[in-house]
Design a protein around this ligand. Structure first.
Ligand code: WT7
Length: 567
């Protein structure tokens, strides 16, 4: 039996109060995600239930019951409070997928500060842009990532503490640096949780746009209402589930469903902090008897590529329910998973800004492979004309996805960027910036993004950020960055570069530029290909026309080039 019962039944008479009631929340009361994800689960009689089973790259395992999660998050909350961190201060988590990341997230929320998770593979430039925008007060990191922070420390007078969770004992630390070892810290059994209410800020996630710097998406504690219920109805989390969300909490899936959705539903969740390999993933499922698996199309396509022989080596019969998010899930992947695992991956669609699943396939619903499914009960979503912003009268038309604002996990603003936030709304709709059509049975079919942002392996990369980094390289005069098709990652970053006088294109220069971007930004943003060209296509006003380069990569019609300077 799935949690959602019947989709039709749920959609009629839907009210978010269903989640409020299940969580014993009354409007106006205190609501703290940290408490709901640990203390409350203990109060419900699950204190000794395993909440987090963690496995590192060397195979070492750590287990935490819900009571351990409660006490350890208290301990971190108390430590931050004693350091002098105030409610609503931004505390950045710059960590691999280690237990401190999951438990630290809850600790930050318990003491009323705002959790700012950043992907641990970020280079110093990516890091600085996001910390500077947020005026972050403290960073929690590991000694292996600390050098990247130290490199930019001088530019960040607002950053008061660099907290290192695995510092070498006895080794002196620099000014502003402090060691905190969770395993050795005196445990705090009781912590007075900061009385956050519905609109108190909780999480600040950075997401990339086409132009300008990344935007800080501000979420609030009330987001729990959507995250809890969507995890229950779409991911179908049930009491005896062993859940595995493969996403990194540096990105929104890893927090909304890798922390909040999972722990607020009181399931046992497993985390694998190791690089991808088909063998290792299947072994992990077999070892922990994973029942619910939430992953991403790129991972699924990588598994497809690894073939079926490797699957036969493992017992994957524990799998009960599979779902996917982050990029288009092609129908082949759905059909393949049904054949090899006996279960299709159910596609779910949402984004950093929406905070929770918006459109998806549901357990028990007819699955149309390649379709994203239907809006979550309580979500009004449609497709509108890109100019009139009016819904189409007929089905099958391609337009912009539009969602009626007002669900609990909706972002509240872009940090210090109210103007860009306001532009996301038109004619009473929130526009995620994606194109889709709807068929005659109400299923959504994703078409593409409505901007130049590159979605590589489910991660958004801003062409602007990569172009800016490229321009800092000694040899680069101009650059234009576009997506290039790729079987596994769907899109990868490709850069077109013109060189400054005196520089000559070569394999060495190519590698040097790639590495330069990887170090400054991240491995995701590193161009997989650099094409040196003499001139870039520009409009008469001098704007680089990415559209033309993009069309060339995808073998598409170039379209109107009337404003082109050098055709
Ligand atoms: C963008 C959001 C929310 C989880 C991680 C990504 C694309 C997301 C799907 C899907 C096609 C999808 C959209 C969206 N996207 N899910 N099921 N099918 N595209 O969060 O980094 O904010 O990216 O990813 O373009 O707007 P994000």
């Amino acid at each position: 039996m799935s949690n959602i019962k019947s989709y039709h039944e749920r959609i009629e008479n839907f009210d978010w109060k269903i989640a409020e009631k299940e969580l014993d929340y009354e409007p106006g009361n205190v609501i703290n995600i940290g408490w709901y994800c640990s203390d409350r689960i203990c109060q419900m009689g699950k204190a000794d239930k395993p909440g987090l089973i963690w496995e590192g790259s060397t195979g070492v395992e750590k287990r935490y019951t819900y009571n351990d999660i409660r006490i350890n998050s208290n301990t971190i909350a108390q430590f931050l409070k004693d350091l002098g961190i105030n409610p609503e201060d931004r505390v950045c988590l710059f960590l691999d997928k280690i237990p401190e990341l999951y438990i630290g997230f809850l600790g930050i929320l318990k003491m009323g500060a705002i959790a700012q998770p950043l992907f641990s593979a970020f280079g110093d430039e990516s890091l600085f842009i996001r910390l500077d925008n947020a005026q972050t007060t403290a960073i929690i990191t590991q000694k292996k990532h600390a050098p990247k922070v130290r490199k930019i420390m001088d530019k960040m007078p607002y950053l008061k503490h660099l907290i290192i969770v695995d510092a070498d004992p006895g080794k002196p630390l620099a000014d502003r640096e402090v060691a905190f070892d969770l395993a050795k810290a005196g445990k705090v059994d009781h912590f007075d949780i900061y009385p956050t209410t519905a609109e108190s800020p909780s999480v600040l996630h950075y997401t990339s746009g086409t132009t300008g710097q990344p935007k800080g998406v501000k979420h609030v504690h009330y987001s729990l209402i959507s995250q809890y219920l969507t995890a229950k109805w779409v991911l179908d989390l049930q009491d005896d589930d062993i859940y595995w969300c493969t996403a990194d909490p540096g990105w929104v899936t890893g927090t909304s469903y890798g922390i909040i959705g999972a722990f607020s539903n009181g399931v046992t969740q497993c985390v694998l902090d190791a690089g991808f390999s088909a063998d290792n993933w299947y072994r992990f499922i077999q070892k922990h008897r994973i029942t619910m698996w939430y992953s991403a199309p790129t991972a699924i396509r990588s598994l497809m590529k690894a073939g079926e022989e490797v699957i036969k080596k493992y017992d994957l019969s524990s799998l009960r329910h599979l779902a996917s998010v982050g990029e288009p899930l092609n129908s082949e992947a759905v059909i393949w998973s049904e054949r090899v695992f006996g279960k299709p991956f159910l596609d779910t669609y949402w984004q950093t800004e929406t905070g929770s699943i918006m459109i998806s396939n549901y357990p028990g619903m007819k699955i149309k492979p390649g379709s994203m499914g239907k809006p979550f009960p309580g979500i009004t979503a449609t497709v509108i004309h890109p100019e009139t912003y009016e819904p189409f009268n007929e089905t099958g038309k391609i337009g912009l996805i539009a969602i009626r604002p007002g669900w609990p996990a909706m972002m509240r603003t872009y940090w210090k960027n109210e103007e860009t936030y306001r532009k996301k709304f038109q004619n009473g709709w929130y526009l995620p910036g994606d194109r889709s059509s709807i068929d005659n049975e109400g299923y959504f079919w994703f078409v593409g993004r409505d901007d130049d942002v590159i979605n590589t392996g489910g991660h958004l990369v801003s062409p602007f950020e990569v172009e800016s980094a490229l321009l800092e390289h000694l040899a680069v005069a101009e650059s234009a960055v576009v997506a290039k098709p790729d079987f596994v990652n769907m899109e990868v970053v490709k850069a077109f570069v013109t060189l400054k006088p005196g520089f000559i294109a070569s394999k060495d220069l190519d590698l040097d530029i790639m590495n330069f971007v990887r170090k400054k930004l991240s491995p995701l943003a590193m161009p997989q290909e650099i094409e040196f060209i003499d001139t870039l296509p520009k409009t008469r006003s001098g704007k680089i026309m990415r559209r033309i380069l993009h069309a060339k990569e995808w073998g598409e019609e170039i379209g109107d080039t009337s404003t082109l300077e050098n055709d």
